[in-house]
Design a binder for this molecule. Sequence first.
Ligand code: SF4
Ligand code: SF4
Length: 458
Amino acid sequence: MIVEKEYLPRLVFWETTKGCNLRCIHCRATALDHMSPDDLSTREGFDLLDQIRSFSRPIIVLSGGEPLYRKDIFDIASYGTEKGLRMVLATNGTMVTKEIAKKIVDSGIKRVSISIDGGKAGTHDDFRKIPGSFDEAMRGFSNLKELGMSLQINTTIAKHNYKELPEILDLALRLGVDALHTFLLVPVGCGVDIAEDQMVPADEYEAILNWFYDRSKDVMIDLKATCAPHYFRVRAQRILEEKKGGIKPQPFVAPGTRLKAGHVDTITCEGIMGDGKAHNASGLSAMTKGCLAGTGICFISNKGDVYPCGYLPVTAGNVRTTPFEAIWRDSKLFANLRDPGLLTGKCGICEYKHICEGCRARAYAVTGDYLSEEPFCSFEPKGQAALHEVHQLHQEAEEELPGLRMTWSDEAKTQLKKVPFFVRKKVAGRIEEFASSNHIDVIDPDVMSRARAVGERG
Ligand code: SF4
Ligand code: SF4
């Protein structure tokens, strides 16, 4: 019997408003200096969160424009938190005074990401078009840090700043953030106008992604190349090379990067401990693939239009007229994106397409066809012959068990292997903590269920 894979949203980006106080030249949203009457109302927002929660439990990213422009943003965040959703906030940081920071914390927001587009104030301010915005963002970080908020830097990589990446990473380490996520510029929104001169050529991207892989192994934060799907191919290639050089294969998420970011893992881990099945299914596929548009993530515009992601301007429906679940499950657009067999060009024949898929938005921007090949990848596919090796390596990584302190029965170990590898260590740790505090010597499936039940309650 063929079991159909269930796709559930893991991350839902909601553009709560287009209103924003900055005018960044790469902005996807083409920001307005006021809220739009088209923005989903508070009531519609609550309803949207209910609809999402009715069949899934993704992380909700409240974004914009500038989400802090919305007067009801904390009501929305609190509402989602009460419903058991993990609410996170994506802001430019400039409006985060001490008072706002407190409200963010009180509304149950689990993490705040702030966009920083340069290692130096001047680079960031030039891009943001507002002098002083770098310093204000720094003040935002510090106000949130004082209250213990989990923090993330989001950086859009383009020609003007890619040479400052090491400085941006140093800044992230100095600020003590939990994660640095870099986005490859996608030519949409205002980005279309600057794409020509700001897009980093494919070869330079290759060098950046290799640098990223090297640093991801030695820094104590979660370092993620977001919307650079071919990073997964680069990483797989590097692991293959290392394996040939006698270095033990590791999961595609290098140990000590994602697992070092305690907050991220708490978020993901709770999902697995809570309603394992759904999160397990979507989480695993989500985290082992480069482009997640329409498979693990989606974007809801300020007017309620649902897109595979915020950079792919093809809509799957509108939540004002169609329930979100129906759009997520039944949209032809999403079905197409879930089928790598439909990819064309070199992505279509690429041995890495199942873990990469190329950026569908960049493909669309350049050709008008979201299933065509990623234009900013320099890799030349080698076809089926290489596929077996990639698959085998992947399997090896998937089957690795983390170092276990306690005795686990064979059944328990088998069950542990079914937990997505990027949270396996964390889950094992929690179960061992539970067993140890209950004076249990051997961990078996029953102990695992009891630990899970405690996780669900807590
Ligand atoms: S299409 Fe995929 S890789 Fe490209 S911007 Fe969207 S989510 Fe990111
Ligand atoms: S050719 Fe396409 S699928 Fe293959 S690595 Fe490049 S972007 Fe990814």
